[in-house]
Design a protein around this ligand. Structure first.
Ligand code: ZN
Length: 174
């Protein structure tokens, strides 16, 4: 287990579609442990394998003290809409308002390959959608009509003083 460098916007590895995981052994377990360590160190509420430069369908999400390890996840059902601020560990210093599904149901596998189901609403639903997007090479900025919609959030001492209204933390970052 170790904290790894996070791949940043501009690195083509962030845009690769993750391959399905078909081996549930030591390599996957170390990858999931590295994802969790790196996510917690950042800190963030989620991290996906492509953000560590690994093109595999594996990600972690941790909301309200509950860690979810999602391997080969698929959203099987969703409802409602929810608009809120969202940021990304691969795009440090920025956030933007993104509309997501308010409630989702995910089917995935755990680290042993067993089928699991996770239902999430609000913040957890948003975090899972953000990470599952990463597994398909998709970033939250892809939903914006213009990069002018990006809001600078506390990347430095100076910008922290210029936070616009509505940019109160915690903003989701994953
Ligand atoms: Zn992200």
């Amino acid at each position: 287990m170790s904290v790894k460098p996070i791949v940043l916007l501009g690195d083509p590895r962030l845009r690769l579609k993750g391959e399905p995981v078909d081996s549930f052994g030591k390599y996957l377990h170390e990858l999931l442990d590295d994802l969790t360590d790196t996510m917690r160190h950042a800190p963030g509420v989620g991290l996906a394998a492509p953000q560590l430069g690994v093109a595999l369908q594996a990600c972690v999400v941790e909301v309200e003290g509950q860690l979810h390890e999602l391997v080969n996840p698929t959203i099987v059902r969703s409802s409602g809409d929810d608009r809120d601020l969202e940021g990304c560990l691969s795009i440090p210093g920025y956030a933007a308002y993104v509309t997501r599904r308010e409630r989702i149901w995910v089917v995935a596998q755990n680290r042993l390959g067993r089928r699991i189901k996770v239902a999430g609403v609000g913040y957890l639903a948003r975090a899972m959608q953000h990470e599952i997007d990463h597994l398909h090479g998709k970033l939250y900025i892809d939903y914006l009509a213009s990069l002018d919609e990006l809001i600078s959030v506390g990347a430095s001492e100076e910008s922290a003083e210029e936070q616009p209204e509505g940019a109160e933390l915690p903003t989701l970052v994953g």
